[in-house]
Design a protein around this ligand. Sequence first.
Ligand code: CU
Length: 340
Amino acid sequence: MNCKKLFGKVGVVCCSAALLFLVSSKATANETAQLTAAPNVPSPVAKRGPATVVVNFEAKEFVGDLAEGKKYKFWSYNGTVPGPMVRVRVGDTVEFHLSNPKTNVQPHNIDIHAVNGPGGGAAVSTVSPGETKVFQFKALNPGLYIYHCAAGAIVDHIANGMYGLFLVEPEKGLPKADKEFYVFQSEFFTDGAPEAGFNIEKGLAEHADHVVFNGKAGALMGDNALKAKVGDNVRIFFGNIGPNSVSSFHIIGEIFDRVYSEGAIGGSVNHNVQTTLVPSAGSTIVEFKLDVPGPYTLVDHSIFRVAKGAIGQLIAEGKENPAVYKSLSDVHVDPTKGGH
Ligand SMILES: [Cu+2]
C-alpha cells in the first residue's frame, strides 16, 4: 500500500499553505538554543527577556535498536528518537534551521505545534537531501508542544521517529523543580525485515508491535532509569505522538500533585491525579514530590502496552519514611521492582 496515495491530500494542504513564512537567515540572532536528548531537559530560560533564538535541527536517517534483538530503520531529528527538546520563552523569536544531509534519502520538514501559521512551519521547511531551509516564528503561547515531520505522506515520517517536545515558558517561567525529565511515548509498526521498517497495514489497523518510552524498549530501565532523591519535587515533560493511541500516563506508587492538562501553561492545573490522558500529538506536564525511597514505575496504564515496551523506572534514593509507607508484615520487598 502506498502512503503518498493514501495520505497525499494532507500533504497538498500543507504545501498550498506556503505563504510568506520563509525568511532570510540575516535576522539578528542573539542566542543559540540549548538542545537536549531525552531524558534530559534544557535549562530554564524565562529569566532573560525575549530574544531571537536560533534552533538547529538536522534530519538523520539511521539504523538503531528498537527492542532487544530488533533493529529499526529510524528517521530522526539530530540522530535521536525522540528528537531534541527545545526550551524558549513566550515572546521569543525563533529562527529555525532545518538541514537534510546529502546522505539521506527522504525529504523532511517540521510542523511545530508552538507555531501560529499555516503548516506550523511544515509549509516552508521541506528540505530535499542536500538542502537547508530557515523560517522564523514568534512564540506567542506558553505551553508544552509536540513537533513532528509532516513531509510526504506524513504517517511514515511520524511512525519512523521524527517527533519531540518544544517548551514555551511563560513570562515568569515555571516554578522551580529539583529534577526535570523529558519522556516521550510512541508506537512502532514493523515489517519482518532483519532491519525492520514501517508496515503501513499495521499502522492502518492501529496495531502497534512496540509502544515505547524514549524511542526504544528499556530506554528508562536498569542503568538508564531516571534518578532522584526523597524530598525532590520532580517535573516530567511528557509527550505522546501516538501515531494512533492515546496514552494513559501513570506512575505506579505516585500521585501527581499537579498536572498541567494537555500541556497547556496558564490554563487549568489539576491536583492529586493518578492517571492522566495524553492525546496523540499531545503532551502533559506532571509534578510530584517523592516521599518514600524506592523504584517507581512509569507506564501507559492501558496495561497490555507494558508488554510492548511502555514501561520505565524512576529510582528515588533516600531515607525510609515509615510515617508515609511501611509494611506491617514480614515482607521482603525487592528493591529493583516497583510493580503493583
Ligand atoms: Cu521526515
